[in-house]
Design a protein around this ligand. Structure first.
Ligand code: MCF
Ligand code: FE
Length: 409
């Protein structure tokens, strides 16, 4: 059992609670959390580690959507338009994934740890990221991705998917959790979706899908028109979308931990359906900006009583896998919300909500949650505690310590 004390504890619960001069008692899980004075009273015989002035402890950040296999990209992909980006991915992906060696991905994961990430939802297209993820101290929910829209390919694609999932499942542990990703409504045939989701239900696996990310996707799924039409005609001789948005969503009933990434073009009805499925939305603001997609309407989500979590997406559509970089971008992008309120919302989105998205018992500093937390130091005193979240997001580049499962990693 250990005790650590800091000037501020950011709980990341629904009330945005903060404890001034607080302490946490923990082993692999959080045992107790309170003011330093009352922890001293309750545990008089245990040595306390004191962090320095202006120190903050908060739950570790949870990057709920990242593609590690694209980690070698810097300047190869074309930003500014979704279809242009997609064509550049198709052209460059072999090159990028070859250069994304286990060593490179391990380095990126190490950087993520140093910048406060304690868990990730890794979307894996080829399982090239398996070694790096399972060797990292960062907890990984490893989403084996299914993709393929052509009916005559389904059997082959499904066999390949099952083989990959089986291998991934052989590494299952408390910190490495197999899961399933359906790439998107435009790229996965409904029969393939049905088969993959049957496995998810049977084996109680988390499921995630990209959903309504670009105006081009909207136009294709709703009206079979736009630049996706040219794309699908040229590539597969296809002139009609394989699913309508609501038909697609309806396939995901009875999945326990379900999430949809992007959703920036989702209608009120789509959002209502996502809510009814008890799913969450994953927000990747930098990716949306770089691919010139619509800005997520956070107020619309709130009206549907929908929670969102935060992801960086991959280096295929970002210049950084630091969650603090992502939070700063989110803070600047959503300029219609008061920065203090937004900062509280964002810290919760990147901790508590991301944990719910991935089905993890983490993301909040409270009794019985896993002891995954980060220690940071603010550059100077913050007098008004309602400004803490904003200052944490503005000033944190690297964390002082990353604790995962009670261990300093
Ligand atoms: O989230 C972004 C943009 N939307 C869709 N896919 C991806 C993103 N980042 C990487 N991807 C991957 C996806 O998993 O790119 C491929 C898939 O394997 C696109 S389809 C050629
Ligand atoms: Fe993605």
């Amino acid at each position: 059992m250990q005790i650590i004390s800091a000037s501020w504890l950011i709980i990341c619960d629904k009330n945005n609670s903060v404890i001034k001069n607080g302490a946490i008692v923990y082993d692999e899980k959080i045992i107790d959390i309170d003011t330093l004075d009352s922890i001293k009273n309750k545990y008089p015989d245990i040595k306390i580690k004191y962090l320095k002035e202006n120190s903050v402890i908060m739950p570790g950040l949870i990057n709920s959507h990242v593609h590690m296999e694209f980690s070698s990209n810097t300047t190869s992909l074309k930003y500014g338009n979704f279809i242009t980006w997609l064509n550049s991915v198709i052209k460059e992906r072999e090159n990028i994934s070859l250069k994304s060696t286990s060593k490179l991905m391990s380095n990126k994961l190490n950087f993520m740890k140093q910048t406060g990430t304690t868990s990730i939802g890794a979307i894996s297209s080829y399982s090239y990221d398996l070694q790096a993820c399972k060797n990292s101290p960062i907890n990984t929910v490893f989403f084996v991705e299914a993709i393929g829209s052509k009916a005559d390919m389904i059997d082959t694609l499904f066999s390949d998917f099952k083989a990959r999932l089986k291998e991934v499942q052989s590494y299952k542990s408390d910190s490495f959790i197999p899961a399933i990703a359906i790439h998107s409504p435009y790229s996965v045939h409904p029969f393939l979706i049905r088969e993959c989701l049957n496995i998810a239900k049977k084996e109680n696996l988390a499921v995630s899908s990209h959903f309504l990310e670009s105006p081009e996707e909207y136009e294709w799924l709703h009206n079979n028109k736009g630049s996706f039409l040219t794309f699908f005609k040229n590539l597969f001789g296809q002139n009609k979308a394989i699913s309508k948005p609501l038909e697609f969503l309806n396939q995901f009933k009875n999945i326990k931990n379900l999430s949809f990434t992007h959703c920036v073009e989702a209608s009120k009805n789509d959002l209502k359906q996502i809510k009814d499925l008890n799913a969450t939305v994953i927000h990747c603001p930098t990716s949306n900006r770089l691919l010139n997609n619509t800005k997520l309407n956070i107020k619309n989500l709130k009206n549907c009583d929908l929670n969102f979590s935060i992801g960086t997406d991959g280096l295929s559509s970002n210049n950084s896998l630091s969650m603090f970089d992502e939070l700063r971008n989110a803070l600047m992008i959503h300029d219609n919300i008061n920065p203090n309120d937004l900062s509280n919302t964002l810290l919760k989105a990147a901790t508590k909500n991301s944990a719910i998205t991935l089905g993890l018992n983490k993301g909040e500093l409270s009794h019985n949650k896993d002891a995954d937390f980060i220690c940071i130091t603010l550059p100077n005193i913050v007098e008004d505690k309602s400004l803490l979240a904003l200052n944490i997001i503005l000033h944190t580049k690297y964390v002082d310590d990353t604790i995962i499962g009670g261990k300093n990693v």
